[in-house]
Design a binder for this molecule. Structure first.
Ligand SMILES: C[S@@+](CC[C@H](N)C(=O)[O-])C[C@H]1O[C@@H](n2cnc3c(N)ncnc32)[C@H](O)[C@@H]1O
Ligand SMILES: [Zn+2]
Length: 359
């Protein structure tokens, strides 16, 4: 097999070529950290993720691969050797491994949710002043509210099952890690947060300090959403009634209301992407440029088609025209990476209603 010029054997082990973009964008993030990193590629399967991190980024000094499946571990060992990656394979269960090891960056890439492993990942930083956690979640349906009870059970949070479910889902995942980080006296700084196809990827910096840990908790709240009139807002508490039309809200949370990305970090990732000939280079460039401005807006967006339907209107204008019209009215507005038909704006639904349709 080959992925981005790395030759490796996959045999009958798990290798998903559709996750190439996830590995590439994460590798850019690893490179953008700049200082030396010893990495744990937990859930390594063939090892392609950790091998790419090491081969593509000169700041990666060593990678430990963790994989509990015997045949996958065997292949991973071969792939590490054939690619001359400095590091070793641990054929053991991830949580068990993390009881006795610590790293600068821990990669969580299990099947489904990272929740069963996040505690031991976070705990492994307990004697350190800083660190990085990179986590993939493929339980998108759970985080987006298709399985309401599962989200309550796993994330202790109420999901939103509506037009902004992907942004709310990413924020529920971040809140899970923020809570754990607080327990170990770390603040989290999300470096990038991605919702793409069927997965979420969050990449966080941890900084030690009781005040920083307390600050995490201040960034946690709810998104209150009115399906009737389209009003929505991030608040510290859930609101039962919409303040505009008095209908019942569909609130989501608790979730992370703070920043999703570090502008500085995304800029560095963009620079690295320019110099790498990734097959997903153009798509990554688009995603990074959309992420760059997302944090200047409230923690939600408006879907053009859903909004039109809600307002009883037809024929929405092209997105760029709506954005230009909002800006003309002195509201900030931009596209979002969370949805191709989404607009982030400081304008209320009443203003959007007047501008959204060409009829
Ligand atoms: C989603 S795949 C990893 C994909 C890989 N990181 C990549 O980028 O191609 C998950 C892998 O984790 C392994 N795994 C699952 N649970 C584990 C655990 N608790 N400890 C160690 N390995 C585990 C599975 O055998 C599987 O190979
Ligand atoms: Zn309302």
């Amino acid at each position: 097999m080959e992925e981005e010029n790395i030759h490796f054997e996959a045999g009958s082990s798990f290798y998903n070529p559709h996750m190439r973009l996830c590995r590439s964008i994460s590798s850019l993030s690893v490179g953008a950290i700049e200082h030396p990193l010893e990495i744990c590629d937990g859930f390594s399967s063939t090892g392609i993720r950790g091998i790419r991190y090491a081969k593509e980024n000169p700041n990666v000094s060593r990678v430990s691969f963790v994989e509990f499946d015997n045949s996958a571990a065997e292949l991973c060992r071969k792939n590490i050797e054939s690619n001359s990656v400095p590091g070793e394979l641990f054929e053991e269960e991830f949580n068990h491994h993390m009881m006795g090891h610590s790293y600068n960056l821990v990669e969580l890439d299990p099947f489904g949710s990272p929740v069963p492993y996040s505690y031991f990942a976070m705990r492994s930083f307990r004697r350190m002043k800083e660190g990085y956690v990179s986590a993939t979640a493929t339980d998108t349906a759970v985080l987006c509210g298709a399985h309401y009870a599962a989200c309550q059970k796993y994330y202790h949070s109420r999901p939103l099952h509506n037009e902004i479910c992907h942004e709310a889902g990413a924020r529920i995942l971040l809140r899970h890690f923020a809570n754990l980080a607080s327990e170990f006296d770390f603040g989290i700084i999300p470096l990038f947060t991605l919702s793409h196809r069927h997965f979420f990827k969050i990449f966080m910096r941890l900084e030690k300090g009781a005040d920083k840990a307390v600050h995490n908790e201040k960034e946690i709240g709810f998104i209150n959403f009115c399906g009737k009139c389209g009003w929505r807002q991030g608040n510290p508490i859930p609101l039962a009634k919409c303040p505009k039309c008095k209908s019942e809200t569909e609130y989501g949370g608790p979730l992370w209301l703070g920043k999703l990305h570090s502008k500085e970090h995304i800029k560095k990732m963009g620079k690295l992407n320019e110099n790498r000939n990734y097959k997903d280079k153009t798509e990554i460039e688009k995603l990074l440029s959309l992420m760059q401005n997302e944090d200047e807006f409230p923690p939600y967006f408006f879907d053009v088609h859903r909004s039109c339907k809600r307002f009883g209107l037809h024929n929405p204008k092209p997105i760029e025209e709506i954005i230009a019209a909002l800006k003309k009215k002195k509201y900030s507005a931009a596209r979002t990476h969370f949805s191709p038909t989404g607009i982030k704006t400081s304008a209320p639904p009443s203003v959007l209603k007047k501008l959204i349709s060409s009829k």
